[in-house]
Design a protein. Structure first.
Length: 85
């Protein structure tokens, strides 16, 4: 199966490098990050507030949220490109 190259490959690679989508996350965030990956539209202020009450800083929550969202986006992108090839 051939790999499809797009004009966005370099930008996507930079995004993945910056977001570090494979970074490890504390196990306490597993359910939240799964929700980000599968149902991001369902994330509420209360979800985030629960994490900050549990001791996670806004920066940690933000960075792990971005990493999970980028990972999910890359997985979907790759799946779409596989269908096209």
């Amino acid at each position: 199966m051939a790999t499809i190259e797009t004009r966005y490959d370099a930008a996507v690679a930079r995004l993945a490098d910056a977001a570090e989508p494979e970074r490890p996350a504390p196990p306490e965030l597993a359910a939240y990050l799964d929700k980000v990956r599968r149902h991001a539209y369902r994330i509420t202020d209360e979800d985030v507030e629960a994490l900050t009450r549990a001791g996670f800083s806004d920066d940690v929550v933000f960075e792990l949220t971005v990493a999970a969202a980028v990972a999910a986006g890359l997985e979907r992108r790759d799946a779409g490109l596989r269908v096209l090839s």
